[in-house]
Design a protein around this ligand. Structure first.
Ligand SMILES: Nc1ncnc2c1ncn2[C@@H]1O[C@H](COP(=O)(O)OP(=O)(O)O)[C@@H](O)[C@H]1O
Ligand SMILES: [Mg+2]
Length: 260
């Protein structure tokens, strides 16, 4: 195996339920993701994107096939989360309503094996807030319910800037926000990649967004990867009918990103 491979999936499948009610959420999928790559997983609702994202996070293990992180199976999720972090769709679900934002940003460091000193944590939280254009004073003493959805989404990204993971799994991080905030979030993700050299797996149903941010796009349909390639190739010369359908569904606001 190449030494710069971060995730390696070989014929992985994941099932839920049993007997006649069995659902195959991930069906015989294989891929490699290299260090520093931005890969988008694109597909319609229910095609298995989030289950695949959760396998990468070590929240599910595949029922068949092998899934490796840096050449090894994920055994200890705590070890794994030391390097691999996530941003999910619902920012409110990721923060506790009863603790201040700042407290929770600081507590997030508890996930790291080598927790920085109190002083360094305060400093890294301030830097992270500034990285997402929030003045630390503006959220001082504030609770999640006092912030808008867009601001909370930024707090999630601030958490990532603070923890500086090697790998980020972003599962539809922009689906709850308006176009302007979405563009901001994508810019922050790019900034993260550039400043930290992070590997990013970006899950979305919008191939237009994927085109804008990715080095490579995987198209998913009914639990399988039906096409994979560079954004230009996948968008200009789609091979799968499912890719063509996703291209037809691009919201007008994102269409301009795809150069004709
Ligand atoms: N914990 C679970 N238990 C049972 N079925 C699940 C579970 N998680 C996902 N599924 C099913 O797996 C399929 C893929 O789901 P998901 O990965 O969430 O889709 P999406 O592409 O929209 O993120 C769906 O049919 C979903 O109902
Ligand atoms: Mg999902």
């Amino acid at each position: 195996m190449r030494s710069n491979v971060v995730f390696s999936a070989k014929n992985i499948s994941k099932y839920f339920g049993h007997g006649k009610k069995i659902v195959c959420a991930v069906d015989d999928i294989s891929f490699d993701i290299a260090d520093g790559e931005i890969v988008s997983i694109v597909g319609g609702s229910g095609c298995g994107k989030s289950v695949l994202a959760k396998i990468m996070l070590g929240l599910y293990s595949p029922d068949r096939g092998t899934f490796l992180y840096k050449g090894k199976p994920i055994v200890d999720t705590r070890d794994h989360w030391n390097e691999v972090q996530s941003v999910f769709q619902d920012p409110f679900g990721c923060f506790n309503q009863f603790f201040s934002i700042r407290t929770q940003l600081k507590d997030a460091f508890g996930i790291l094996k080598n927790k920085p000193s109190k002083q360094e944590i305060e400093q890294r939280v301030d830097e992270a807030l500034l990285a997402v254009n929030v003045k630390p004073a503006d959220i001082e003493g504030k609770y999640p319910f006092e912030l808008s959805g867009g601001q909370m989404q930024r707090m999630l990204l601030a958490r990532i800037f603070a923890l500086k993971p090697k790998v980020l799994i972003a599962d539809e991080p922009t689906s709850m926000v308006d176009a302007c905030v979405r563009a901001n979030i994508l810019d922050y993700l790019m900034k993260l990649k550039e400043s930290l050299g992070m590997t990013i797996v970006f899950v979305t149903h919008d191939i237009g967004l994927a085109y804008y941010v990715s080095d490579r796009i995987f198209i998913m349909h009914e639990s399988k990867i039906v096409e994979a390639g560079k954004p230009e190739d996948v968008t200009q010369h789609p091979k799968s009918e499912h890719t063509i359908r996703l291209l037809e569904d691009i919201p007008d606001i994102n269409r301009e990103w795809i150069k004709k």
